[in-house]
Design a protein around this ligand. Structure first.
Ligand code: AMP
Ligand code: ZN
Length: 269
């Protein structure tokens, strides 16, 4: 799940409280390119009697296609991880600034980086924050329209994110004591890459994802068995920033969490 430290709308404490009300006993915070929410979520977890697994969602690319790699059970203080995440966030800030400059050339001259950052209160600024600003300033009626007209992958103002290969992300997660998992393969639709990722140290795939037909889930259970991968899942809740999912919408049995914990120990050895 995502918090306001990346592109979710709720604080880490609020996410954990809501998880408790949803009847969950173990959750993971997987913000984009930051683990800044993990410790406060874990402290809230102690209060609410929920385990909060340290997590991350890293952006990688294969031939311009965004592949998201999740990591679980890393040490949030791991030196290389802390350093790399700092670099990723710095390039995110520079990228939003570059897109603001590109939009200026199209006559959109009232977007301020400081306003967007203050409004977002986020450590990992992304296009959803820029889309919100475009809506707020009246340039688009909805975030979707902002993407369509101004900041979608094919638009003039678009600037790509920092470049990182899945192999690098997998290695970064593993050296920090974690297990690397391919996020929502049914959304990414690049299953032909999975075998290569397994050779590079991938430990799992996200099989259980909201808004997926059972047949799709059965298919990914099969792929996980074929490649001997851990099966993970969750709601991918972003609070108010993603209306088709919410905390507790997708649940997995505790047994899968225990298998993932074992896998993280093995994966980082
Ligand atoms: P970024 O990682 O900064 O490039 O932003 C990508 C994120 O923007 C995705 O994870 C989605 O949450 C969101 N997004 C992408 N396309 C759209 C769209 N057409 N409408 C609304 N949100 C979108
Ligand atoms: Zn997100």
């Amino acid at each position: 799940m995502h918090t306001s430290f990346s592109d979710g709308s709720a604080s880490p404490e609020a996410v954990v409280e809501e998880s408790c009300h949803a009847g969950l006993s173990c959750v993971s915070i997987t913000d984009h390119d930051t683990m800044a929410a993990v410790k406060s979520a874990q402290a809230a977890g102690v209060e609410w009697g929920i385990e909060v697994v340290a997590g991350i969602e890293l952006s990688t690319q294969v031939q311009d296609k965004d592949i998201h790699i999740l990591g679980y059970f890393m040490d949030p203080d791991n030196a290389l991880l802390v350093q790399k995440l700092g670099e990723f966030r710095a390039t995110r800030f520079a990228r939003i600034n570059a897109m603001i400059e590109n939009l200026k050339k199209q006559g959109i001259d009232n977007l301020s980086f400081e306003d967007i950052k203050a409004e977002a209160q986020s450590d990992a600024l992304g296009r959803p924050h820029l889309a919100a600003a475009l809506v707020k300033q009246g340039w688009a009626n909805s975030p979707w329209q902002a993407f369509d007209k101004y900041i979608g992958d094919q638009c003039q103002a678009y600037v790509p994110k920092h470049q990182q290969s899945p192999k690098e992300a997998i290695a970064l997660i593993r050296q920090a004591g974690g297990v690397a998992v391919m996020a929502h393969p049914m959304v990414t639709k690049r299953d032909e890459l999975i075998a290569g990722f397994v050779d590079q140290g991938l430990g799992g795939i996200e099989v259980y994802y909201p808004n997926c037909p059972d047949a799709t889930i059965f298919y990914y259970e099969g792929l996980a068995r074929k490649y001997k991968l851990a099966m993970t899942g969750g709601s991918d809740a972003h609070g108010k920033n993603k209306s088709n999912t919410w905390i507790g919408k997708k649940r997995i049995p505790c047994e899968l969490v225990e298998q993932l914990r074992v896998r993280a120990k093995r994966s980082s050895e």
